[in-house]
Design a protein around this ligand. Sequence first.
Ligand code: NIG
Ligand code: FE
Length: 391
Amino acid sequence: MSSLLVDNIGELVTNVAGTGEGGRLGIRRGAAILVEEGRIAWLGPARYAPAADRRLDAEGAAVLPGFVDSHAHLVFAGDRAAEFAARMAGQPYTGGGIRTTVAATRAASDDVLRATVRRLRTEAMRQGTTTIEIKSGYGLNVTDEARSLRIATEVTEETTFLGAHVVPTEYADRPDDYVGLVCGPMLTAAAPYARWIDVFCERGAFDADHARAILTVGQAAGLGLRLHANQLGPGPGVQLAVELGAASADHCTHLSGADVEALAGSSTVATLLPGAEFSTRSPYPDARRLLDARVTVALATDCNPGSSYTSSMPFCVALAVREMGMTPAEAVWAATAGGARALRRTDVGVLRPGARADLMILDAPSHLHLAYRPGVPLIRQVLHNGVPQCR
Ligand code: NIG
Ligand code: FE
């Protein structure tokens, strides 16, 4: 068994509240971390560090848990750069372009889809993402939804069945039949490759009754629940997520007071996706309002070719701080521990003995620099399951 000691750490963000400075960030100084078999075997003052086979010198830089990106759509073909350009020239985002990506995805070979998933997974890892959730949702038939999830399982354990993304063109005039397909043969084919089920609950996609039916049958098939909710306008999504005990309600851009109250009294995380508002030139969600109400907030990329073609968690942290009223500490917590809560994981998003050795060394002395130096590649090294990732 080979061991690795990470030492000469400047600021260590543990996310273990009450063990140091920085409140929830649990910041320690002068600490070292011993990694064995992909886990943190020991964490404590460097002067008491056990002997190890190898050493990784952090050179006085900040060390943080790897980012947990709890919302991404990486299985697709083609891009929609022209749609983005049209939006920047004044066109609104409606979600209508999803069908363009569905056509391209259905026509693509497994190898083409696999290459895109791997490219984006690598891109995200280079920016500090050690856990990533990946949704289907651009297949929208039995074969292509199952295929999308099977390819996603090659790079992550956190896979989500999103057959209910939109009603595909061939079912446009019989949406009830499509919901029947999602709840029946499509779920049967997808469930072996999925941990979660998600629905886009929005005007123009699926209403609350359809979403409830799909999530209920998904839960009965053993899948955990998540929901795209209140992205493009007010609606029933957040209340439904809370009613069903979903792990996360994602987007949360248009919330009523009752929505905020419902989230505050629940175990459902509000996952905010500022890349989507950036890329659709829409008003950002009000993270301050949620945090002040004591809602648990996560940040994620929503990486997809339509509404948010970024895999960068540092970019989302910077946006959240500048545009959504979050402090740098709140944004860093939401992008690490918050994402872990949204995936109901206790082994990631935190640095303590027993946790996965998923961490990043910054090219900076403090977590503050992630928002303070936007657009700068500050991730010097990433350990995933204790293994240094090639840069
Ligand atoms: O989360 N809102 C629904 N789904 C994606 C967008 C997908 C697309 O435009 O291709 C989202 O933003
Ligand atoms: Fe999404």
